[in-house]
Design a protein around this ligand. Structure first.
Ligand code: DP6
Length: 388
């Protein structure tokens, strides 16, 4: 088979990766930890095809042809071809001399500002590894496409080890616990309305490395301890500690962004209102019931246990009423409606906000790593190798 189609998941970090020690190899300044989100709700889908008839490598992303002359794409492709050629059986060898066509799309809007490059590069590298029959760790290859992509190669809870080797060979992702380990864990992505043009993660973190003193302190004094503690909390299914560390690490990451000069402002007023709500919710519950984390954008990612979802949704619907747009407000895993008591709403002590501050919410869970789709109908390329 010279054509393969795969899907790969999004991951959301609870210990953030922010800052590189090597820009080309994409080596991070610190370890990071994430959960892989279910492929059912959100995924990247990629078809790769090799043929002696293709004149050059070509790639189409979300319906548009893009150039393959991009350092990150080239790093991934060259590395996987090098690994294919090392193989004894030679299957990979012959195909790896042919040009390839790649077609990739996300099943969620890229405009939502969700981690699309992580799923995209994980999917590309996983699909190429299938095509060329490359085995062994490939997270170190996906890392060279986009750092956070290395974590999307595994399901469950994942740790990206910063490593110490100059060539990056030990900067790889490993699984902390499989998706079956903590089956009650749920994720609610709150897609926040926002029109500002943001600084990309890559440019933003480079600026932080160059200008933020707080980043140095974070890397040396905070992340190592937090990483060990959150891994332990995941293994022990200790939600309270997991929640505590997740919120603190998100806040510190955004503090580093503000300590960057000029500052990177990723969260907006709605993001901060969500933070206030979650703290009030936890105080009113007398326990950490929900935790938040924000990437390089205004969207919130909430982690909570299944039993808490109906109550939190009732509160969210009350405080952040839907706008009158035609999009479904709650997407993903369906939830049975539950009313929330007036006492609890009063204990939260927050007034309902104007409708439409949130575009929509995606309810999902922790899921598996990349998958191969075997049926030909899934291919995004025709037999001749062009987008369907
Ligand atoms: C805030 O992986 O997108 O989401 O390696 O430059 O491609 P590059 O950056 P990227 O950065 C992700 C940053 C983050 C935190 C995280 O996912 O750990």
């Amino acid at each position: 088979m010279n054509i393969i189609t795969c899907i790969a998941p999004v991951n959301i970090a609870v210990i953030k990766y922010w800052g590189k020690r090597d820009e080309k190899l994409i080596l991070p300044l610190n370890d990071s930890v994430s959960a892989t989100l279910s492929i059912k709700e959100m995924h990247a889908k990629t078809t790769v095809m090799a043929s002696p008839n293709f004149k050059e490598d070509k790639i189409w992303l979300n319906g548009k042809e893009e150039t393959f002359q991009n350092q990150r794409l080239q790093s991934c492709l060259q590395e996987i071809r090098r690994r294919a050629k090392q193989k004894a059986d030679n299957k990979g060898d012959s195909i790896s001399n042919w040009s390839i066509h790649v077609c990739s799309e996300n099943n969620f809007p890229t405009a939502a500002g969700l981690a699309s490059s992580a799923a995209g590069y994980a999917c590309l590298v996983f699909a190429l590894a299938q095509l060329y029959d490359v085995s062994g760790d490939i997270s170190g290859i996906a890392r060279q496409g986009s750092g956070s992509a290395c974590r999307s190669l595994y399901g469950g809870f994942v740790r990206w080890h910063q490593g110490s080797a100059l060539d990056g060979s030990d900067s790889i992702a490993t699984q902390v616990a499989p998706e079956s380990h903590w089956p009650e864990m749920r994720i609610l992505v709150l897609v926040v309305s926002d029109k500002r043009k943001k600084v990309s993660s890559s440019a933003g973190m480079q600026n932080s490395v160059n200008t933020s003193e707080l980043l140095k302190y974070r890397v040396s004094h905070c992340v190592p301890q937090r990483t060990e503690a959150i891994v332990k909390a995941i293994i022990n299914k200790d939600f309270d500690t997991f929640a505590d560390i997740t919120m603190k690490d998100s806040n510190q990451f955004h503090a580093v962004c503000l300590d960057t000069f000029p500052p990177n402002v990723y969260m907006n007023d709605t993001s901060h209102a969500i933070v206030n709500l979650i703290h009030s919710y936890n105080t009113a519950s007398e326990k950490n019931k929900v935790t938040y984390t924000f990437d390089a954008g205004p969207n919130a990612c909430l982690y909570l246990l299944q039993s808490e979802v109906p109550k939190l949704l009732a509160v969210l619907n009350h405080i952040f009423p839907a706008g009158n747009e035609s999009v479904e407000y709650l997407q993903g895993i369906p939830v049975e409606k539950q009313a929330v008591s007036q006492e609890f709403i009063a204990a939260i002590g927050m007034q309902p906000q104007e409708p439409g501050l949130l575009k929509y919410m995606i309810h999902t869970e922790v899921g598996v790593g990349p998958q191969v789709l075997n049926e030909p109908r899934h291919h995004l390329l025709t037999d001749a190798g062009f987008p369907k």
